[in-house]
Design a protein around this ligand. Structure first.
Ligand SMILES: C[S@@+](CC[C@H](N)C(=O)[O-])C[C@H]1O[C@@H](n2cnc3c(N)ncnc32)[C@H](O)[C@@H]1O
Length: 328
């Protein structure tokens, strides 16, 4: 099979181990490094809330990136967050943290042990399969040894309301913003503002990558990939600036910090998977790239395997500190 895969119908389990019924499989295609990276796009409307627009993320892909995600997230935003949490009124019983688009729960595994105090995490996703992994793999204790508990909630985070966040101490997300629309980000900002709840929204793609050594096709693939991310109403690389505007518009103080992936020889498995998804999405967006992109991908994968390729994938983390509810 060519390294560049676009949608192919199948009715069997995929290499991801997810049984798809009558689904179409996109190889690590167009995910948040293309929305569909390592995903399966459902084509079977009989499966619950799934529609043609619903993307499922392979837990293997989320697991592959978890360590690099953990290293990339901006720890610089944690102190301002800790200060805000310490000053939240009425939190003696501990913090309630809503993780949106939790996937298999990597954000909780990263953040819970970095915060003091008892925490109850509400893990939101529309994919019940991923929620199962998130519940099983949830963190158990906070930085100071306090208890961490979790519950899962299946649903569409694009429809979050302030009521749903009543009593929340914090909203988190990781690798989510760029797969939302402007309306969904506005709803999120409004919900956080209404609940007076801070938000730590990590690892949104910035639309910039640096590959070393460089190749003349890098820029064209990047452009095609970014356009792919913007398909439909999705914000893709514009998500962070849209979120800054939305949260600021609701009176929040917003800080953004870079959180790039730095991929070298030690991360070759992730790099190879990312490359397949990145190039695959670019070709899906601009089919005229196919022949050149196939050669490009073959050479890039060979360099990756030989330990001769480094990649920086730029992301941004955003901390929005809403005015506390009832405060001035
Ligand atoms: C790229 S994955 C990131 C998962 C996880 N946060 C992580 O960092 O590993 C995006 C996740 O968001 C979920 N998701 C995307 N859009 C959603 C929506 N509108 N409502 C609920 N979940 C959504 C997907 O099912 C997926 O689990």
């Amino acid at each position: 099979m060519s390294g560049i895969s676009t949608s192919t119908s199948t009715s069997t389990s995929t290499s991801t181990g997810v049984s798809t019924g009558t689904a179409s499989v996109e190889g690590p295609g167009a995910g948040e490094h293309g929305r569909d990276t390592g995903t399966i796009r459902l084509g079977d409307r009989t499966r619950g809330e799934a529609t043609d627009d619903t993307t499922r993320y392979a837990p293997e892909w989320l697991q592959l990136r978890e360590g690099v995600d953990a290293s990339a997230r901006a720890t610089e935003l944690l102190d301002p967050l800790r200060i805000r949490l310490a000053n939240l009124p009425g939190r003696s019983g501990g913090f309630v943290i809503h993780d949106l688009g939790c996937g298999t729960g990597s954000m909780g595994r990263w953040l819970a042990p970095r915060l003091d105090g008892p925490q109850h995490w509400v893990l939101h996703d529309r994919d019940p399969y991923l929620l199962h992994f998130a519940a099983v793999g949830s963190p158990r204790s906070a930085a100071d040894g306090s208890r961490v508990t979790v519950e899962t909630q299946r649903g569409d985070v694009g429809r979050l309301t302030a009521d749903a966040l009543a009593g929340a101490s914090l909203v988190t997300a990781s690798a989510l913003l760029d797969v939302l629309t402007a309306a969904e980000i506005e709803a999120l900002a409004a919900a956080c503002a209404g609940a007076g709840c801070p938000a730590l929204l990590t690892l949104s793609v910035a639309g910039r990558v640096e590959l070393t050594p460089a190749d003349p096709l890098d820029a064209e693939i990047t452009e095609a990939f970014n356009d792919h991310q913007r398909r439909g109403d999705l914000l893709g690389p514009e998500a962070v600036s849209a979120a800054c505007d939305a949260f600021s518009g609701h009176g929040a103080t917003v800080r953004v910090h870079p959180s790039a992936w730095h991929l070298g020889p030690d991360e070759s498995a992730l790099t190879a998977e990312w490359l397949r998804g990145w190039v695959g999405a670019a070709v899906e967006q601009r089919p005229e790239l196919a022949a050149r992109a196939e050669t490009y991908l073959r050479e890039r994968l060979a360099a990756c395997e030989a330990g001769e390729l480094t990649v920086v994938v730029h992301h941004s983390d955003l901390l929005a500190l809403a005015r506390p509810a009832g405060g001035s």
